[in-house]
Each structure stands twice: as C-alpha cells, then as structure tokens.
Design a protein around this ligand. Structure first.
Ligand code: GLV
Length: 306
C-alpha cells in the first residue's frame, strides 16, 4: 500500500502521522498531487467541504479522525461514490467524562477554588464561599445517543434523576423520563447536557426560550457543537442572571470564544478537549488506519458512515 496517496491536510497526532507514513504515501498538502490522492484523513473540526472534495478527482475515501459529520459534505461524497468513515464508540467515555468534569467544576467552582489556594487567598481570607451540590440533581440530556447514554450512566452513579429529549423515545431507557420538547426538558431539569449531533434541525436548538426555561438556577453543559447554542443569547442570559451557569467544551467559532464569557464567574471554558487524551486519540488513530486498510484491501469498512 506504500504507493497509495493519502492526504492529511493539517497535522493531527504524531502516532497517526507516523503510521500513515509507514504504510501509505502520506501527502500533507494537496497542491500538485491531486491526481494521486485516493484517500483523505481529516478531523471533525475542519472536515471536508465541497471545494476540498472537488479538488481531488481520484478520491475514494474520507476517513474522519473524530465523529462529528457536520463539516463533511456527505451529499457530495454520496454523489461521487466516495466512502466515509468516522471513529465512533472509542470517544464515548472520554467525552462523557468531560461532561461530568464540567458539571462538577461549575457547581463546586473548582477552577476558582484552585485559584483561591494558589493566590494565597485561603490563608488571607479564610474559607472559600459555599457552592452547589451535584449529587441527587436532575440531569436533562439532549440527545440520548452513545455519549448521552454514557453521561446518563455516570450521572446515575451520582444519584441523579435522568430525563431526556431525543428524536425518538428510547424504549431501552425506560427509567429515564422523555420530554417531547427541549423547552419542557429544560423546565424540568437542573443541568442540561447537550450531547446530540449538529444537524439543520439542531442548529441553535439551545435558544433564548430554552435558556429561560432552564432558569437562574439551571446550568447548561455543551459537549456537542458550539452551533447548538445561540452564543450571543447565552452571553446575555448569563450576564442578566436568567441562566445560572454554563460549562462549555465547544464554541460557535472555535478557537474564537465570545470575550464576554471571559469575565464571567459562572462559566467553565474548555478548548474542545472531549476526546483529547493519548489513549482515546490512539484508539481513534487505530480506527482510521483499520478503515483505510480495509478499503484498500476491498474488505468491509470497520466504522462506515457512507
Ligand atoms: O468533536 C469531536 C468529534 O466530532 O470527534
């Protein structure tokens, strides 16, 4: 397979680059090589749009090093008969762990606590102000797919009540209460976790009405995509005290983050680290490699999208 041209348009993870380089003809920029490129490895954040795909006439497969499909022109891939794979399952635990970390950091104000100790304020000013308990709260989950279910399982271990809104009722999750709308879900939970995929239907699904329904004591956690949330409305809701807090791993225009959020005490902001551990990124890379090899050996793809 050493002669097969595989394009990786931007750096990802040295382990993946090393294995691609040793097994394929790894090309890092498409210029001048377009006709020899038969596969592309992209991440979920930059994706593969119509221009990218059009520039590669011999492209047979797009392997996403990630799960989100919102930046991939799936219609164009389908038209051209280009196969698409992503890396589901292996990122579930990690992303759910980050959701839990955001909830606890936000409610117990762990970032401020850390600063309190480091700055010497503990010694100077005494005990840190009281915070909010997490165990036993009601957790509402938007999107009860793999990640949503993993968040629910973790929250159950904290004696939380679980409710959700999804496209369909999940009969296998009978102990979780289903709400037919996001506003109803938000009205009936303390913590709302966004764990659905970004589609035309879920774009800005967290709008002013949802934030108002969640209310001054409610908190929003987003481990999905920034564009699930109307970020300008979120800033207003937090500043005006209509929403209690937000824990965000994803933003509308990453890596640009609304500056107003920096000045707020009731937010925890992470740089899109849902799957960012050595263990998970290695498992994701192994899946990319397995899909590429399966494709070029004419075997069934391991995790096909198309
Ligand atoms: O956000 C990350 C992904 O979609 O893999």
């Amino acid at each position: 397979m050493e002669s097969i041209g595989v394009l990786m348009p931007y750096p990802t993870f040295p382990y993946l680059e090393h294995h691609l380089q040793s097994r394929f003809n790894l090309l890092r920029a498409s210029t001048n090589y377009t006709t020899s490129i038969r596969a592309a490895v992209v991440n979920a954040v930059h994706g593969a749009d119509a221009n990218f795909i059009d520039a590669l006439p011999m492209l047979e497969i797009v392997c996403i090093y990630g799960i989100g499909l919102d930046k991939i022109d799936l219609r164009k891939c389908a038209e051209r008969g280009i196969r698409v794979t992503n890396t589901p399952d292996v990122i579930t635990d990690e992303t759910a762990d980050v959701a839990m970390a955001l909830i606890i950091s936000l409610l117990r104000r762990l970032c401020q606590c850390d600063l309190y100790v480091r700055s010497g304020n503990w010694k100077r000013q005494g005990s840190f102000p009281l915070t909010t308990k997490f165990s036993g709260k009601t957790v509402g989950i938007l999107g009860l797919g793999r990640i949503g279910k993993a968040v629910a399982k973790r929250a159950e271990a904290f004696n939380c009540k679980i409710c959700y809104h999804s496209r369909t009722v999940k009969t296998e999750c009978g102990s979780y209460k289903f709400y037919p709308s996001v506003v109803e879900l938000a009205s009936n939970c303390d913590i709302l976790v966004v764990a659905c995929s970004l589609t035309v239907e879920t774009h800005y699904i967290i709008n002013r009405d949802v934030m108002n329904a969640l209310g001054p004591k409610g908190v929003l956690i987003n481990v999905g995509r920034g564009k699930h949330v109307d970020e300008a409305e979120l800033v207003s809701a937090l500043i005006e005290g209509r929403l209690g807090g937000a824990g965000l791993d994803v933003f509308h225009d990453e890596p640009d983050v609304s500056q107003e959020l920096f000045g707020l005490d009731n937010v925890v902001l992470l740089p899109h680290i849902g799957s960012a551990t050595v263990e998970t990124r290695t498992a994701m890379a192994d899946l990319v490699l397995a899909n590429l090899e399966a494709h070029f050996l004419a075997k069934p793809l391991v995790t096909p999208v198309l």
